[in-house]
Design a protein around this ligand. Structure first.
Ligand SMILES: NC(=O)c1ccc[n+]([C@@H]2O[C@H](COP(=O)([O-])OP(=O)(O)OC[C@H]3O[C@@H](n4cnc5c(N)ncnc54)[C@H](OP(=O)(O)O)[C@@H]3O)[C@@H](O)[C@H]2O)c1
Length: 312
């Protein structure tokens, strides 16, 4: 089967870069949106040029120019969007509605993967304010996709390893501590951690796979389903010493959330749902979903143990 041509929107981003890398590695003709608004952002321009050197094609366009998006979309079979959605960095999820309009008008796209890559927003209807904005906005985009009749795959990637493992599940930390760790509650709720390069690889693997058409792809690499306590133990084994521990109760954590700035509150409520409520693992994947490590056993995913070794 001929491999789909892919357009990656947000290709200079934290996840976007990895999607481009995986798409090129798997032999897809890969297009990247070069937004005119990035102007003289030298880092982004150099990133785009380096992808061009590796065989990617740059397409000029802008979210403020509908026709440019239609033209870009017409070049490919599959569109993947990795636009920003982390409030402490930037949150532009609803801009994707413009992309949905362009895909609808172009009419040629066989599959669209919107910027999701986290907790399944369809399961977060009871999420806390203000963090629920992430899930609500992603659901607005889903509804627009489905109303437009655009074929889709939603990727529920669970926890980016860089944030969650890097900080031993402690909000505000992305490097593991060597002396002390704060446990969230009893620290026994399981979460799922996935190396961002693996997220990208599973995502590209799925774009031509009929089994995931109009479904959610959940990333649940079995060895990476661990509680915070187990993550800490893995780290302690690597460093050969036990960390001092304190813990924050659910009530204290909610109190702390309320004292923070809005952007911080959004992120903290996500930690709350993941680490206190176990929202990533408290459901079975139903008929509308598939699990990535089962579909693509050939992907040798990075285990928590291996991921943590990079901090030694
Ligand atoms: N599960 C998790 O733990 C987790 C963690 C982090 C992120 N995520 C999710 O992953 C997805 C990607 O997040 P990320 O952190 O990789 O994003 P990011 O690096 O913050 O941004 C990605 C890209 O979005 C584009 N962008 C930013 N502002 C824009 C604007 N005003 N107009 C148009 N494009 C704009 C830029 O791409 P260009 O300049 O190249 O166009 C940027 O490089 C989001 O859906 C996020 O919610 C999940």
């Amino acid at each position: 089967m001929e491999k789909s041509k892919v357009l990656i929107v947000g290709g200079t981003g934290y996840l976007g870069k990895r999607l481009v890398k995986a798409s090129l590695a798997l032999g897809h003709e890969t297009y990247l949106l070069h937004r005119k608004e990035i102007g003289v952002d030298i880092e982004k321009v150099q990133t785009l040029l380096s992808f061009k050197e590796q065989g990617g094609h740059l397409v000029h366009g802008s979210f403020n120019d509908h026709q440019s998006l239609v033209n870009a979309v017409k070049l490919v079979d599959v569109v993947i969007c990795a636009i920003s959605g982390v409030h402490i960095r930037s949150h532009q999820i609803l801009l994707q509605l413009k992309l949905v309009d362009a895909i609808k008008e172009a009419g040629n796209v066989k599959r669209f993967l919107p910027s999701e890559f986290g907790t399944d927003p369809a399961r977060m209807e009871n999420a806390m304010e203000p963090g629920r904005v992430t899930f609500d906005d992603k659901m607005v985009v889903r509804r627009a996709i489905e109303e437009a009749g655009i074929p889709f795959t939603y990727v529920s990637a669970n926890c980016f390893a860089g944030y969650f493992l890097g900080g031993l599940c402690q909000p505000g930390y992305i490097v593991p501590s060597w002396d002390h760790v704060t446990l969230l509650g009893d620290a026994n709720a399981k979460a799922i951690y996935v190396d961002e390069d693996d997220i990208a690889m599973y995502t590209i693997k799925t774009i031509d796979d009929p089994r995931t058409l109009n479904k959610t792809l959940y990333l649940r690499p079995p060895k990476n389903i661990l509680s915070q306590r187990e993550v800490v133990q893995t780290w302690e084994k690597l460093i050969g010493k036990e960390l001092k521990k304190s813990s924050i109760s659910k009530e204290e954590f909610i109190g702390i959330i309320k004292e923070q700035a809005y952007e911080e509150q959004v992120g903290l409520t996500h930690y709350y749902h993941v680490c206190y409520e176990g929202c990533l693992v408290n459901f079975e994947i139903g008929v509308d979903g598939e699990e990535a490590s089962k579909l693509y056993p050939e992907v040798k995913y990075t285990t928590v143990d291996d991921y943590l070794k990079r901090y030694l």
